[in-house]
Design a binder for this molecule. Structure first.
Ligand SMILES: Cc1cc2nc3c(=O)[nH]c(=O)nc-3n(C[C@H](O)[C@H](O)[C@H](O)COP(=O)(O)OP(=O)(O)OC[C@H]3O[C@@H](n4cnc5c(N)ncnc54)[C@H](O)[C@@H]3O)c2cc1C
Length: 1005
């Protein structure tokens, strides 16, 4: 068993202020770079490339005509990403029609010139294609369909040709043959082969990738030992391809399962003296990758101390890049080794920004201005060159300015190094750079079949097509050589290093701050959480009974007048103070949620954040929406609409979000001017009590809010039936909502509002254009996170028959990798069910399904490890209508649709889902945009999510709530919610009553 990975943080905090990090890079470079010399070296390369434009078949030609910022470029990219994997003609036609239908490929603006030929050819082909394609997403007549098939076949062929530009060969032998051909004209060229594919989702995927890496190494070695890895070909590997759980939270499994796989590859590469480089991936894997690298270095020191071919890629766009370079050098020195380090800028920039914003992180782990990345690249290059005794630097870039600067820096130190480029990119620049034969160059060469190419192809299309990209600007004659080669040092001096994007906290502008999240892969941020969980114990809380309800209601009734009379701004200020206090006490509340509700750490953080967001959102909404509104009318009269509280609102919340839903209901009712009787779920009163204390401390008066913990049948029933109750806000089961509704209807006195948010039979409709990996990720999160105990959770997966088997196979594999266990452990994906009663009831429902349906998969789990665990399980059913009731646990139903099934079309699927009667969440996985819209329009569903999971609605971003059996609305966290808690008053004053219209006569009105 390999030693565990060192958990000690080796790098600085990832979210330091950008300006501070940029300033450090600038200081490091200040005295070293002569930018005038950089320009002098690079300008002739740029000029030569512009004088000899790319051949007609080159990607640059196409992207110049159709940049990704245009509808046409986007259509091409989308088709390239999806079309080749669609197995059925019907869907392929719909996808092609959908994408080509919204773009203008008339090509009228195309200039003359041979290099435009491809663009023009594509333009005419595509324009012609459009004539044959059906107007809507679904094809009508036979003749048209025959035409459509031809068009689709041509489009597929065009995309295959596009893809070919980036792939050296379909297998390693073909790629080596092509490499040999290229070496005829450039003998010093070496290659690093990359076996294409998505990251592994299953053990079978990982084994396949491992076999293909091994095969590539064996084929490259062919029994020979290379003289030096610097002069020999090698391979690049992705750790996420070799292990489906290559995540910080799974450190122990990474050490036990991934480490030996990489060691095996290292042994083969070292024996043949080849280069083996680990590609750089997302920033939340950075620490983990270094911990693994350290262990691999120890292995190399013990087994292959002379080998100098092991390396990794370092991304300069990371704020921690310089520290990574130093850390790699430290590891090399510690083990007496020399490594290769490939310096790149980084390929996941857009994804890193999205993740940081969604997670509410304190900053970005990457730079947000292009010159900052360029500067960091040069600073890292300088550092790598300094470490050249223990590092062989490899500079991967297509940017002429960057290349010229590197050459200058390296020559100052007399260091050996190589340049690197991607196959199919930057060929023009490298033709010039390498012309005098002075520089060594390695080509990163993808190898694979068309199906495996897609994700890689799209990354490269984005890279080439992005406005900020060097390759894109080089092709744009409007960008002068001076602008193209502008110094990043100068740019940073001018900008002062200010970020180019608002920080995640500022996502919602001035109206409210985004709640602060936690990067669980960052030890410094995770530690307080783990300490709080360890220190928390939950003691039982005394219950109320029906006899104490009346006294509490009378007190709240009396308190109403004073609270509702407070100006809205004051009530909103109280909510904001509560939000700040809760945010500061996030670890403590996470501790409570783990211990009382059995939630996993990730779920706890998300829940506290949601509660914080509710407070800030409703505060802002109240100030904005509940202000007195003047209405138009005749002269001599003043009309205003005023909104205020209704009285005592009863808020009844469930155990599955004991903080977020509880808080959302209570603070909405309070800020609208009501006093609140809050009844938490019987299973989770402590977290509610702690939040109520927090609200009181933040300024909610004692007689405006009371916690009434007790049984639903007694306390809940008494609250609903109480004469002082002016409204009820309830989240829970449909059955209880109906009981509440009947109780309210049976009461004498005023008819009061009921806001009910209830369950769902939530489906995800997947067509054959969807990417199986994305589908499986979304399904696993939606069906099994929180052990399926969310009203939004996925219950029914509806798969297109053409791709269903493949998706099910991958789903099985992904379910096999889930960790079921103690929610306090970071590695746990699926925690326990809420109580014994639920465990018994859901266990019985699973037993029923074992008889009535076909079991597809079950997560292997030691359910005796922790109380109330239930292994995630999936069953196949025959038709959508067979799903009768919500199973509130990790139980998924799967059904097929398509021409050979009960539901034959998309419309039939949606109708069958509508017929279930619920209407809470619906997932759609398709690349056909018009189809997604058609589904959304037809579905009687409150929240429709396209190409993502269906859980984790964000306050103010995805207002949440359903229709039909799923609830009354208005949506929680949405712009209409507060109104339902309000009484309205129209105030009309006849200002002319006292004698006449003085204002009019005085000329003031
Ligand atoms: C041989 C080779 C191997 C590679 N291996 C990897 C790898 O293992 N992992 C990996 O992640 N990438 C890898 N890449 C891709 C690389 O990270 C770059 O995306 C790509 O090379 C473009 O950089 P450039 O210097 O050629 O072009 P440039 O146009 O000069 O730079 C583009 C890059 O700048 C950065 N950028 C763009 N806009 C902004 C902004 N607003 N703020 C901050 N930064 C911005 C991004 O990193 C973007 O990719 C590799 C590239 C090569 C050539």
């Amino acid at each position: 068993m390999p030693a565990a990975l060192d958990p000690a943080p080796r790098l600085p905090f990832p979210y330091r202020p950008e300006a501070e990090v940029v300033a450090a890079s600038r200081r490091l470079l200040d005295a070293r770079l002569d930018w005038a010399a950089v320009i002098a070296a690079a300008r002739p390369w740029v000029q030569a490339v512009r004088d000899k434009p790319a051949p007609f078949w080159a990607l640059e030609s196409l992207l110049r005509e159709y940049p990704i910022s245009s509808a046409e470029g986007l259509a091409l990219m989308r088709l390239a990403e999806a079309l080749l994997r669609v197995p059925d003609a019907e869907t392929a036609i719909a996808l092609t029609a959908d994408q080509l239908g919204r773009a203008d490929f008339s090509g009228e603006d195309a200039d003359d010139g041979p290099h435009r030929m491809l663009a023009q050819l594509s333009a005419s082909a595509i324009a012609l294609s459009k004539k044959f394609l059906p107007a809507g997403a679904e094809p009508p007549g036979l003749v048209q369909r025959l035409g459509s098939r031809t068009v689709v076949a041509a489009t597929v062929r065009a995309i295959q040709l596009l893809g070919r530009q980036f792939v050296l060969g379909r297998d390693i032998r073909e790629a080596m043959g092509e490499a040999a051909a290229q070496r005829k004209s450039q003998p010093r060229l070496v290659f690093s082969y990359d076996m294409l594919g998505e990251g592994a989702r299953t053990e079978a995927d990982a084994e396949r990738y491992l076999a293909s890496y091994r095969h590539a190494l064996d084929t490259l070695a062919a029994g020979r030992v290379a003289a030096s890895p610097m002069a020999a070909d090698g391979i690049s590997i992705k750790l996420s391809a070799l292990f489906s759980r290559y995540e910080d939270a799974q450190r122990e499994r990474v050490a036990a399962e991934l480490l030996p796989r990489v060691q095996g590859l290292i042994d083969t590469a070292a024996a043949a003296n080849l280069n083996l480089t680990i590609d750089a991936e997302e920033s939340d894997r950075l620490e983990l990758s270094l911990a693994l690298f350290d262990k691999l270095a120890a292995h190399i020191a013990a087994r292959h101390p002379q080998w100098q071919g092991f390396g990794l890629a370092v991304q300069a766009y990371q704020t921690r890049a310089l520290a990574v370079v130093d850390e790699v050098a430290r590891i090399a020195r510690q083990h007496g080794l020399r490594f290769m380090v490939r310096l790149v800028k980084g390929a996941y920039w857009d994804g890193e920004l999205k993740r940081a914003q969604e997670a509410g992180l304190p900053g970005y782990p990457v730079f947000t201005q292009k010159p900052h990345t360029d500067l960091s690249y040069l600073a890292c290059a300088a550092r790598l060159i300094e470490h050249h005794a223990v590092i062989y630097p490899q500079f991967a870039t297509h940017n002429a300015g960057t290349i010229a600067a590197i050459v200058q820096l390296a020559r100052q130190q007399g260091a050996a190094f190589e340049m690197q480029r991607l196959h199919g990119m930057g060929e023009g620049i490298y033709r010039e750079v390498l012309a005098d034969g002075a520089l060594a160059c390695r080509v990163y060469a993808p190898v694979g079949e068309h199906r495996d190419l897609l994700a890689y192809l799209v990354r490269r299309l984005l890279e080439n097509g992005a406005n900020s990209s060097f390759v894109h600007q080089l092709a744009d004659e409007a960008v002068s050589a001076e602008a193209l080669l502008a110094s990043p040092v100068e740019a940073v001096l001018a900008s002062g290093g200010v970020p180019g994007q608002p920080l995640p906290v500022a996502l919602y502008g001035a109206s409210r701050a985004n709640s602060l999240g936690v990067d669980l892969a960052c030890e410094a941020m995770r530690a307080p959480l783990e300490a709080a969980v360890a220190a928390t114990a939950v003691a039982p809380l005394a219950m109320h009974d029906a006899t104490t309800v009346d006294a509490a209601m009378q007190r709240l009734d009396k308190g109403f007048a004073a609270w509702t009379a407070r100006p809205v701004a004051e009530r909103a200020a109280v909510l904001r103070a509560a939000a700040d206090a809760l945010e500061a006490r996030l670890p403590e509340f996470c501790g409570l949620l783990v211990k009382e509700a059995g939630k996993t750490l990730g779920d706890c953080v998300a829940e506290v954040r949601e509660a914080v967001d509710f407070c800030r959102y409703y505060a802002a909404e109240a100030e904005h929406k509940l202000a007195e509104q003047a209405l138009p009318g005749p002269t001599g009269e003043r009309n205003v609409l005023r909104l205020g509280g209704r009285g005592v609102f009863v808020c009844i919340s469930p155990w599955n979000f004991p903080l977020a839903i509880f808080a959302g209901q209570v603070v909405a009712a309070l800020v609208a001017g009501n006093t609140v009787a809050a009844k938490p779920a019987e299973q989770t009163p402590v977290v509610a009590a702690r939040f109520v204390e927090l609200l009181h401390r933040a300024g909610v008066p004692a007689d405006a809010l009371a916690l009434l913990h007790g049984l639903g049948e007694t306390v809940g029933a008494a609250l609903v039936a109480h004469p002082a109750t002016a409204g009820v806000c309830f989240t829970g089961s449909t059955a209880v909502a109906k009981i509440i509704n009947r109780t309210l209807a049976a009461k004498d006195g005023p008819i009061v509002p009921l806001i009910a948010e209830t369950g769902g039979l939530n489906a995800m409709l997947v067509d054959s254009t969807a990417l199986p990996e994305q589908v499986v990720d979304a399904v696993v999160q939606s069906a099994f996170r929180s052990a399926g105990q969310r009203c939004s959770a996925l219950r029914l997966l509806v798969l297109h028959e053409a791709t269903a088997d493949g998706v099910i196979e991958m789903l099985k594999g992904a379910m096999a990798e889930l960790v079921v266990g103690d929610p306090a452990e970071l590695a746990t994906d699926v925690g326990p069910l809420i109580d014994d009663e639920a465990h018994t009831a859901i266990g019985a429902q699973v037993q029923r399904l074992e008889r009535e349906a076909r079991r597809l998969a079950e997560t292997p789990a030691d359910t005796g490890r922790f109380p109330r665990l239930l292994a995630p399980v999936a069953f196949e059913i025959d038709h959508i209508g067979a799903l009768k009731s919500e199973i509130f646990g990790p139980v998924l139903h799967v059904v097929r649709w398509g021409p050979g099934q009960a539901a034959k079309t998309v419309d039939a699927v949606v109708d069958a889902i509508n017929a279930l009667g619920y209407g809470l969440t619906l997932g759609v996985q398709t690349r056909i945009d018009t189809r997604a819209m058609r589904i959304a329009d037809r579905a009687r569903i409150g929240n429709v999510y396209v190409n993502r999971n269906l859980i984790g609605a964000v306050v103010g971003v995805q207002p949440f709530g359903g229709e039909g059996l799923s609830g009354t609305g208005p949506k929680a966290g949405g712009p209409h919610y507060l109104f339902r808690f309000c009484a309205e008053q129209t105030l009309t004053i006849n200002t002319a009553a006292a004698g006449g219209n003085a204002e009019l006569l005085a000329g003031l009105a």
